[in-house]
Design a binder for this molecule. Structure first.
Ligand code: V47
Length: 387
């Protein structure tokens, strides 16, 4: 690991499995005493509560409340996995203004589409590595046939039957349904038969129509995104959910996003993890918008933990947050840091300065030096090894 370790004294600031009297006084002083009572009583926070949490400047108070919830669920346990990212094509018909990864057409500068054997070769190259997951996210490429996606999954499974494939965002599933004349259920059923194990949480961006129209006017709307996940859950797939924060959305729009996810989760219980994704502004059409601060990232993790009471996990994707802030996030409601990753493109093309991958030992070390207990999990949160 290239960065120095950041040790935060979790035990002296936050009392495990309860709020210290100091924190309780600070919470009262911040005018959030009623919210503290609700958190202690495991009562659901309202939309208005969420907006109030965003309106406080008391970051330590937010951390204390979120940490209480986090430790009540998981104690010090902090999850990670060993995975590989494959982005088989960046050709994408959609014109999301925050995206630095996509190229509109085949042949445009920087556009690429991997031949099937090349994509599978990424997996083959790791045949002796103990990874457990392949994470596949692609552009919406008009030049690829349906067979490409089915054959990609089958070929990865032929190569490594043990790997879990977490692949294709709800945006991609919607695109396949429209382009190939299938229902969501048909698309998902065929992909499951070919080896799909779960859906990643991408493409959610911000659900609120005002912001969504600006960010990504020509891709699936919030109802469509949620419906794909609803169908996936009905078919037995577990899925994740994301929120792109810190671009042009308002703070109430972030709360609206969380509430909409919470409502679907009440219905299906199929989401595993919520992943707030910090906006990166290099090489895209929002370069003039400042990136979110560390303060904004930490409060967003904390508020997510408090609002999404029916989600088991809150994930800080270290690739886009940086290792140091990812360590601190473990005291702000986060219990998962994603994985070893390898070959990340989406955030590095948007200016991320993090490494392309961390080894398992580096992830374990990072978690330990934040005062937490690392647990290697598989995609579905089965424990692979307690470290
Ligand atoms: O959908 C794209 C986001 C997502 C930018 O489910 C950006 O385990 C910030 O969904 N700044 C893809 N965000 C990544 C993703 C993901 C990552 C890790 C784990 C999981 C999981 C899912 O990245 C996109 C979009 O919301 N994104 N460009 C940008 N410039």
């Amino acid at each position: 690991m290239t960065e120095p370790d950041v040790s935060i004294p979790t035990t002296s600031v936050f009392v495990h499995s309860g709020l210290s009297p100091i924190s309780a006084r600070a919470i009262e002083a911040a005018g959030l005493g009623d919210i503290r009572e609700k958190v202690l009583a495991r009562e659901r926070l309202t939309y208005d509560d969420g907006v109030r949490l965003y309106n406080t400047g008391e970051i330590a108070v937010l951390g204390a409340l979120a940490n209480l919830d986090r430790e009540r669920r998981w104690g010090d346990l902090t999850f990670f996995n060993r995975n590989l990212h494959v982005n088989a094509t960046n050709v994408c018909e959609a014109s999301c203004i925050f995206c630095s990864f996509a190229r509109l057409k085949t042949g445009d500068a920087g556009a690429y589409t991997m031949a099937l054997d090349e994509a599978v070769g990424r997996v083959r190259a790791l045949k002796d590595e103990l990874i457990t997951e392949v994470h596949i996210v692609n552009g919406l490429n008009p030049d690829l046939p349906w067979a490409y996606y089915v054959d990609l999954l089958k070929a990865i499974k032929d190569e490594r039957p043990d790997l879990h494939i977490k692949g294709f965002t709800a945006v991609e599933i919607h695109y396949f349904a429209e382009k190939f004349g299938k229902t969501y259920e048909e698309v998902l059923t065929e992909l499951i038969a070919a080896g799909l194990g779960s859906l990643p949480g991408g493409g959610a961006e911000i659900f609120h129509p005002r912001a969504r129209k600006k960010l990504c006017h020509d891709k699936v709307d919030a109802d469509g995104w949620l419906e794909v996940h609803r169908v996936a859950h009905r078919l037995g797939l577990r899925t994740n959910a994301t929120m792109l924060f810190g671009s042009i959305e308002t703070l109430p729009e972030r709360i609206d996003h969380m509430v909409r996810l919470r409502e679907l989760q009440d219905e299906t219980h199929g989401f595993q993890t919520f992943i707030p994704l910090r906006f990166h502004h290099e090489n895209n059409r929002l370069a003039r918008v400042k990136e979110p601060t560390g303060f904004d990232s930490l409060r967003t993790y904390a508020i997510s933990r408090l609002m999404l009471d029916n989600f088991d996990h809150i994930k800080a994707y270290w690739i886009m947050l940086g290792q140091k802030l990812a360590q601190v996030s473990l005291a702000f409601g986060v219990d998962d840091l994603d994985g070893t990753v390898r070959e990340e493109r989406i955030y590095h093309m948007a200016g991320a300065r993090t490494p392309q991958e961390l080894t398992r030992a580096e992830l374990v070390n990072l978690i330990r030096h934040a005062g937490r207990v690392p647990v290697e999990r598989d995609t579905l949160y089965n424990v692979v090894a307690e470290c």
